[in-house]
Design a protein. Structure first.
Lengths: 454, 454
């Protein structure tokens, strides 16, 4: 039993999986769920669906709603944050502006730290405000941060506030695609995955207890070419095919460990991304998740899901459990809460401050690692050293990018925003990049940011 | 009194200052100086000049020569390394090759880590061999490393061997030019300078005990433009005018501390260096030390100095003290030896492992800092935090470059050599850069390196 507040409950996909998992997790029955969103329409819809799902599954949950954030935080034991401030529209507009300056797909083209617009300002500001509100209202509650950028956001919160923050993502499940493609049944496979959020690597890969990397090597040598010509790869959705794409295989060859999930789009080398044609060569016919093709497929999927939810909302007689069977969704948020609240030991893939788990990463940088969760809290499982080339060419540069974003944000440092872009291989000159930064900050949705970055 | 071995004594400039300072430093009289070089001609010349200078100054020194390195190390208390393996010719040839691939002035164009050819291989290999020989022959001797790359070299030796290594450079003396330009007499000025070798910054600047940065700011605001139009700036030698160039002033504005000495060429932003015209805008009419103009001026100066030494060598009646007056040269090597050997406390600017002196830099990375030297050894004077933007955009990237060079060297990792170049803003494609690396390693002077990097 716990008081669980979902901030940004209007995020359809997340809320759906949260409600579903809560209704399935009997050990959490009796809990109070507070759905909070600033959109009343979205809130009504989610509330309606949640109550109906609860009834269908006969789950014992108290479900409340509010548009007042501080009210939502009162008495909370767990706060789930799924907020995307301002939606995707500003990001798309900023992308168009940046393309005029020679940045194909915009300066946040691989969405590694761009959520929340230029410099991630809107999201980071929101995260910090929320955590500060929690310090006032529910200082002992756990903040489960699933909104992006998880890496920057959780590192910021853990450094700047006293709130216990945990980042949760599902990207690590990409390993299932590897097992599937290799024809290994999931029950026989175990993995260890570590890194930063959206920059995680398979440090161990076991099949029936034995190292399965040789099986992967064999697949690369003998079957990859055929797979890349198959319907499955050529017709698949970008977020499904990236895992076994030429990009993933080449990253493995360059850096020594297989990249998992969003890693393949977010931290792949710049030279995979110079234009659509090149992207297609590395990621398949869609050009990957972040190409103009891949991203529009994603946006259409999002709309479709929203419409489906709206249809279900309107048709109050539709049985929801047919659409969403009452089994665990695979997301880790509710298992995490269950594990802490009910002291049930579980091994989950979470984002927490490093504290010695990965060698060579400072203690106050959040890493994504396997953890043991229980009533004692969240404890990292030791990883140790990553391959040197991976550290020097991916991990440290990605960490440096995070530090630059946080420094620019904390110090309101416009110079830093310009300098950051100067390291982009597409940058042509200081003057041009300076002008781009000025133009971005002059947009109406960036008034507050323009005031912040001086 | 000490046994001092100079390895690479054929380096005319260094040897001259060493001999001169030794003859002036009476507390070191009675010492044995062993001049070692593989070139017998150079060795004869230096030996002749040293003996004559000793006679003229009536210094009590025992001067010996050898072409055998291990012989030179026997009984040594101090080993001075000034070796440049293979001279400058291969570097110039490699530059030409790289220019064909679109790298204006070559891939080591700012000479920050390039000494010793591609990946600094020849120098690093020599340094390590020398330190290993010392472990066998004179394990308690101090290695005074003044050959470049000092940053990579001293970090490598201090990590890989048990030899006490100290890096010595004179670049920090650039602050004298600042004082001179501002019209401040040197006796009234004191400074604190810190960073990595060829990447040092004036962390304090005092005039008569008070902060003199405001005087510098005033000069920038009111007098810089006029200075940049003066004969002194427009006709000056590049290594003399860089210190107060538009480049130095802009770096100060970007990063918050004034850059000192070689820093201005070595770690200035890439966009100062895209072509000769741009270099001229930032560094003055020569385009700075590393432009085609500046570098050829430097090479001519070197030749001229060598010819002068050869003339003095031939004319055995020429009084050397007229050319080189018997006063301290300003180099720190002999004062350092004097301080340790005779337990005379001195404050010197040296390169030693960080061990907490500069915040945010690992203990095993060599930093250039003010130190207290005495019979106790060399102890860093605490610096603390550098400005954040300086750390994130200059110090950490420079450190990362060092780590990449050392990793490539230690692991003989050709992939890393390619990846390193992929981060160069001039790089066009992976294929092209890969081909460049292959072509460089195929050169006759790189046979050993090609075998090393696999």
């Amino acid at each position: 039993m716990a008081n669980i507040s979902i901030i940004g409950a209007g995020s359809v996909v997340f809320s759906t999986s949260f409600i579903r998992d809560l209704c399935v997790t009997k050990s959490l029955w009796g809990s109070k769920i507070t759905l909070m969103d600033i959109s009343k329409d979205r809130l009504s819809m989610i509330h309606n669906l949640a109550v109906r799902y609860k009834k269908e599954t006969k789950a014992d949950l108290k479900i409340e709603t509010t548009t007042n954030r501080r009210e939502a935080l009162e008495d909370a034991d767990f706060v789930l944050c799924t907020v995307k401030v301002g939606g995707y529209q500003p990001m798309e507009m900023e992308r168009k502006i940046a393309e005029r300056y020679g940045y194909y797909r915009g300066i946040g083209d691989r969405v590694c730290d761009y959520y929340g617009g230029f410099g991630a300002y809107h999201q980071l500001k929101f995260f910090l405000d929320l955590a500060r509100d929690m310090e006032d209202t529910c200082p002992d509650a756990w903040l489960i941060e699933t909104a992006n950028p998880v890496f920057e956001g959780t590192t910021l919160i853990s450094r700047e506030t006293r709130i216990k923050v945990i980042g949760v993502c599902h990207g690590h499940l990409g390993y299932e695609k590897i097992a599937e493609t290799l024809g290994l049944s999931l029950e026989d496979v175990s993995v260890e995955i570590a890194g930063f959020n959206h920059c995680v690597w398979m440090t161990r890969f076991l099949y029936r207890g034995r190292n399965a990397y040789p099986l992967l090597d064999e697949w690369i040598e003998k079957k990859a070419e055929k797979y890349w010509k198959s319907e499955e790869f050529l017709k698949g959705l970008p977020w499904e095919t990236e895992q076994m794409s030429p990009a993933a295989v080449d990253m493995y060859k360059q850096f020594g460990l297989f990249p998992i999930g969003d890693t393949i789009r977010s931290v792949s080398p710049w030279w995979y991304h110079v234009d659509l044609e090149t992207k297609k060569r590395w990621f398949g016919p869609t050009g990957g998740f972040d190409s103009e093709i891949g991203w529009s497929i994603y946006l259409k999927h999002r709309e479709k899901r929203l419409r489906k939810m709206q249809d279900l909302y309107k048709d109050s007689s539709a049985p929801l459990t047919r659409e969403f069977p009452p089994v665990m969704s695979g997301e880790q948020h509710i298992p995490l809460i269950d594990s802490i609240a009910n002291d049930r030991e579980a091994i989950l893939q979470l984002n927490i401050p490093n504290r010695g788990v990965i060698s060579g990463i400072p203690d106050d940088v959040v890493v994504e690692i396997p953890t043991v969760v229980s009533g004692r809290g969240v404890q990292g499982i030791h990883i140790g050293e990553l391959p040197k080339r991976l550290m020097l060419y991916v991990m440290i540069p990605r960490m440096l990018r995070m530090e630059r974003i946080l420094q620019a944000f904390k110090d309101g440092d416009r110079k830093s925003l310009v300098l950051m872009l100067m390291d982009d291989p597409r940058t042509e000159s200081y003057e041009k990049t300076y002008a781009l930064v000025e133009e971005l900050l002059a947009q109406p949705w960036n008034t507050e940011a323009a005031d912040h970055y001086r």
